[in-house]
Design a protein around this ligand. Structure first.
Ligand code: PMP
Length: 417
């Protein structure tokens, strides 16, 4: 398996069962071979490779296996490149209904404050989030999207060589951020496309500092239950910090939503991540937040850039939090759009992973990159999953009804070729 794009590089140590004290050799899987290579290189770095002789500086060892995160293609880029007027983007799990109307009003209202630096402490928004979640405002940290908080966590807690565990098909921003810091990402296999907390637990070592669990997960759309999380958190050693990334939690039914903030209230080493990018529809403003015990936030605030969230983003998020009507509409629409997309997939006989989110992971019987490209030239942007080691899979965000119809019109045509 080649690692051509910004892919998660599996670095979990292969487990070789021992017989009578001796290690029994077995053939390594592709993933394990790649993991070996990464670990070997990390142990004895080849200095030669890292120096750019002509430019006179050497590269950071930690960066040499990382390619930048590859986001969904912007609509304007696809229009420009393929000369298209109509392009539908179902690639970044955005809210197809647009931004929260209250957030838009807030942005308009606050435009005359653009000459000022934002409140570096995000006082008003943090206080409101504290009230909203029944925690203290001192338990809240704001981020330029919740992805920035993933970076902050790695900067605050990882020394080179420290390990961070997540799953093989977890949101791979985790792997990138761990590697930036010279940390070692350890990838546990998933079970039925879902985080396998036992497999993660088995991989904890003295060097483990962070565990990342996306719940629900991107790109699989699956989630672990309140009970499973409780059982996992209960047995964790004290030196491990667990990050529960709940970017899509608003799409879960009320009774499915794990109560994870209780761990913060109990001052466990747990950080809960949330975002305004998905259900609240303000991905473009870049604002998310973390909720954690104060002792963790003290460390994280050392590395947080003071003005990391803009005034407009803070104001929009503050008002969006009151937009119950929009949130309700978003959930209702997502249910309807999901039903439509899954029905069409069933009709076409396309396999997919059951999802609790606003997107679905589909599994084709051929390389998905070809389908992705054919859809792109027809003006449909979806997300190929090669980077997750899933060359036959695509991730599709549930869109407006007419956007879904446009997708299926072209998907059917492309699959028939
Ligand atoms: N976590 C997960 C699991 C995600 O899928 C995403 C968005 N792709 C994020 C976090 C980050 O969202 P944002 O930075 O926009 O808050």
């Amino acid at each position: 398996m080649k690692n051509k794009t910004s892919e998660p590089i599996e670095t979990e140590r292969p487990r070789v069962p021992s017989v009578k004290g001796k290690k029994r050799k077995r053939k390594l899987t592709d993933i394990e071979t790649m993991q070996r290579k990464v670990i070997d290189e990390a142990k004895s770095p080849s200095k030669k490779k890292l120096i750019f002789p002509r430019l006179g500086y050497s590269r950071r060892m930690a960066l040499k296996d990382i390619r930048p995160y590859e986001p969904g293609r912007p609509i304007s880029e696809v229009q420009r490149r393929y000369g298209l007027d109509h392009v539908v983007k179902l690639a970044s799990n955005e809210n197809p209904l647009g931004p929260s109307p209250l957030a838009m009003e807030a942005v308009k209202r606050e435009l005359n404050q653009l000459h000022r630096y934002p409140d570096a402490g995000g006082f008003e928004l943090r206080r409101k989030l504290g009230d909203h979640h029944d925690v203290n405002m001192s338990n809240v940290i704001l981020g330029n999207g919740s992805t920035e908080i993933v970076e902050i966590l790695c900067e605050a807690f990882l020394d080179p060589g420290d390990e961070a565990i997540t799953s093989e098909q977890a949101f791979f921003k985790y792997v990138i951020s761990v590697r930036w810091m010279g940390g070692v990402p350890v990838l546990a296999p998933m079970k039925n496309w879902t985080f396998d907390l036992d497999a993660i637990y088995e991989r904890i070592t003295d060097k483990t500092k962070l565990i990342f669990i996306a719940n629900p997960n991107n790109p699989t759309g699956t989630c672990v239950s309140d009970k499973e999380i409780a059982r996992f958190i209960e047995k964790l050693p004290d030196h491990v910090i667990t990050v529960l990334d709940e970017a899509y939690c608003e799409f879960l039914e009320e009774n499915e939503r794990p109560d994870t903030l209780r761990y913060v209230r109990e001052e466990r080493n747990v950080v809960v991540l949330r975002t305004f990018s998905k259900a609240y529809g303000i991905a473009g403003l870049r604002i998310g937040y973390g909720i954690a015990p104060e002792h963790l936030l003290e460390e994280m605030n050392i590395v947080r850039e003071a003005f990391n969230t803009s005034h407009l983003a803070q104001a929009a998020a503050y008002d969006a939090l009151d937009d119950k009507e929009f949130l309700k509409r978003t959930r209702e629409h997502n249910r309807e759009s999901k039903r439509m997309v899954l029905e069409k997939l069933d009709k076409l006989g396309i396999e997919y992973t059951p999802t609790s989110t606003n997107f679905v992971l589909i599994h084709l019987d051929r390389p998905a990159i070809d389908i992705f490209k054919s859809l792109l030239v027809r003006g449909v942007i979806v997300r190929p999953m090669r980077g997750y080691g899933l060359p036959n899979s695509l991730r599709i965000t549930f869109g407006l009804i007419e956007e879904n119809e446009f997708l299926f019109k072209h998907l059917e045509a492309v699959l028939a070729i």
